[in-house]
Design a protein around this ligand. Structure first.
Ligand code: PLP
Length: 350
């Protein structure tokens, strides 16, 4: 979270804009909260340049719930293509198989999720209802730097993207997307808010068993207020959107994220001790997993990092090693501090 946003939220905690209420105490149908909601929608639409024929839905349940909610709404019980590039897309394919015929069209499992299968090699099923990809694999550190153009591949199904962990870190080419979803907690705000951006023509085809609160058309027709939305999380995300605008918007964030990633990957590649195994053309700018070539130094590395104020660097248990998540809110100075520590550790202990 950007510190500026936390300070703003703290200052407004007890009394939002002279309303005499905390945002937590407002009715979601009152004029105060409606103004917060409408501003957040408008700011997000502007930031991500979301075209008018896409709806922005503020939902709950997180990315994992969307693994069920998307097929409930879009699969029509038919076949769905999944491209497996790491843990998250693997989870999506597995959950999807409960609601549709889940077809794995391509997978990078053989190389330990360190590459991106070339879209031209994907075995897409004729007549599939949609194609699911995870555009940034948070655990394995694999990112699509460009969205696949399904039309150019001769496949007319909509593309569904899970952009949970890099939403708002770079622009989105909406001409290639049918639906995008993401939990807010990585790059937009607190946990509890799930963002869904969906092309209007994809609404209204939910399976009869789809819960009403998870039916995109019902949610869209009720401006995300069919049931009570996660009001406080929407408010904080709205403050983050305003912060993003003050930073210069998404293009400025992309440039900054690119510089941060180059600094960190440069330090890893230029060292004798650290190693990143992901192919250069798909290295994530948000999540950078890396290893110490001598794994016996892991504990000493983490202890020293903590002493330097560098926290949460331990890698995901399924991958091991280290992982630096350098989301939008991480300033370049934070990445510089990590790189300085890594060099210091290598010279003194490596
Ligand atoms: C974190 C994450 C999720 C899971 O989100 P939850 O909110 O915990 O359900 C899904 N997909 C990706 C890519 C993620 O990084």
């Amino acid at each position: 979270m950007p510190q500026e946003v936390l300070m703003e939220a703290a200052a407004e905690m007890l009394d939002w804009h002279g309303s005499g209420m905390s945002v937590m105490e407002m009715s979601h149908r009152g004029k105060e909260f409606i103004s917060i909601y409408e501003q957040a929608q408008a700011d997000l639409r502007e930031l991500l340049a979301i075209p008018e024929h896409f709806k922005i839905l503020f939902m709950q349940g997180g990315g994992l719930a969307e693994n069920a909610i998307v097929p409930l709404n879009l699969s029509r019980g038919g076949t769905v293509d999944f491209v497996v590039t790491g843990s998250w897309s693997q989870k999506s394919a597995k959950e999807g198989s409960r609601f549709c015929t889940s077809h794995v069209s391509a997978s990078n499992e053989a190389d330990g999720h360190t590459s991106l299968p070339d879209p031209a090699s994907w075995k897409l099923s004729p007549g599939s209802q949609y194609v699911h990809i995870c555009t940034n694999e948070t655990i394995h550190g694999v990112e699509f730097h460009q969205l696949p153009d399904l039309k150019a591949l001769g496949h007319d199904a909509p593309l569904v993207i899970d952009f949970s962990s890099h939403v708002a870190s770079r622009p989105v080419d909406w001409t290639r997307v049918g639906l995008a979803f993401g939990g807010a907690q990585k790059n937009l705000g607190p946990a509890g808010l799930t963002l869904v951006v969906v092309r209007e023509d994809l609404l209204g085809h939910a399976l009869p068993v789809c819960p009403s609160a998870f039916n995109y058309k019902t949610v869209a027709d009720n401006q995300s207020m069919y049931n009570t939305p996660p009001t406080y999380a929407i408010y904080i995300a709205g403050l983050v959107f305003q912060w993003l605008k003050r930073q210069g918007g998404i293009a400025a964030m992309e440039a900054r994220n690119q510089a941060k990633a180059e600094l960190l990957y440069g330090a890893i590649d230029g060292s004798q001790l650290y190693l990143n195994k992901v192919a250069h053309n798909c290295r994530s700018r948000m999540n950078v997993p890396f290893f110490l070539r001598d794994e016996r130094l892991n504990e000493a590395f983490l202890t020293g990092a903590k002493a330097h104020g560098l926290l949460q660097l331990k890698g995901h248990k399924s991958v091991g090693g280290m992982r630096a998540s350098i989301y939008n809110a991480m300033p370049i100075a934070g990445v510089q501090a990590l790189v300085d520590y890594m060099r210091h550790f290598e010279t003194t202990q490596g």
